[in-house]
Design a protein. Structure first.
Length: 264
């Protein structure tokens, strides 16, 4: 068996029940929060990020007519097809962040799934949600702390970015002991259903300014945008506490703030 490459954050999940649950979510299973299944036609194509030794690939191949696995580690990419002779598995050797998803899927509807490395979680999510040819559903196993930050009521730049572009639901938590070698933290599955952005890029310019110092009061961070007295007036009109922090406002409230500040 090919060994792990620690520099690539490789941790193998071998629990078949959990792997099947992840594959089920990708192929149309529900979560309590999402409440709607994937169209059965979507089981045609799944793009898997970082298949590694193929444990999740095995579950995906039972549910999808075609699996396209993108593997950065050339050793693993070369070995993976040998584990699934006769299966409709295409392996692409390279960095997922540089893959043209429209090209590799031939423009077909597809689902994106994977047990992704912790150190590039945000770039992977950002790519997946900004593709011109968006996936219908994204099912990712990631660091539990990152998943919690995304679904939390306390916003961050990442959570606002994700919620602006997708419906988000929490999947199962996977304890660190289920992996070989075990990582230092637990993991969690996150299910994303992409949709058209609810806030414009101009609104996100305001949000980026708001989060320039996340722990400071929002009104202080927005000082370069408008004079303090104008900000105070707008905050009061919108019912915002003058001591509110950037993470206390949700996407809809930033939309209202942008509109009231008349920045466009």
């Amino acid at each position: 068996m090919v060994g792990t490459n620690k520099s690539l954050g490789q941790h193998w999940l071998k629990n078949r029940a959990i792997l099947d649950e992840i594959a089920d979510l990708a192929a149309g299973g529900n979560t309590a929060d999402l409440g709607a299944s994937v169209d059965s036609a979507l089981t045609e194509v799944c793009v898997e990020i970082g298949p590694g030794l193929g444990f999740l690939t095995s579950s995906l191949l039972k549910r999808f007519n075609r699996v396209i696995a993108v593997e950065y580690d050339q050793r693993l990419a070369e070995n993976l097809p040998k584990s699934f002779p006769g299966k409709n598995l295409e392996v692409i050797t390279g960095d997922f962040l540089g893959v043209d998803l429209a090209k590799v899927t031939n423009g077909q509807k597809y689902v994106l799934a994977g047990n992704i490395p912790y150190y590039i979680t945000s770039p992977i999510i950002e790519k997946a949600l900004t593709e011109e040819h968006l996936p219908e559903v994204i099912v990712l196993l990631m660091q539990k702390e990152v998943a919690e930050r995304i679904i939390s009521d306390k916003e961050t730049m990442l959570s606002l970015f994700v919620k602006n572009r997708a419906e988000v639901a929490a999947g199962p938590v996977v304890p660190r002991g289920e992996f070989t070698p075990p990582p230092k933290v637990d993991s969690q599955v996150l299910v994303l259903r992409p949709h058209q952005p609810e806030a414009s890029e101009e609104v996100f310019k305001l949000i980026r300014q708001a989060f320039i110092a996340p722990r400071k009061k929002l009104i202080h961070n927005l000082a370069p945008v408008k004079p303090k007295n104008e900000l105070e007036t707008v905050f009061k009109e919108l019912g915002f506490d003058l001591n509110v922090r950037p993470g206390d406002l949700h996407l809809g409230e930033y939309n209202k703030l942008f509109a009231r500040l008349k920045l466009s």
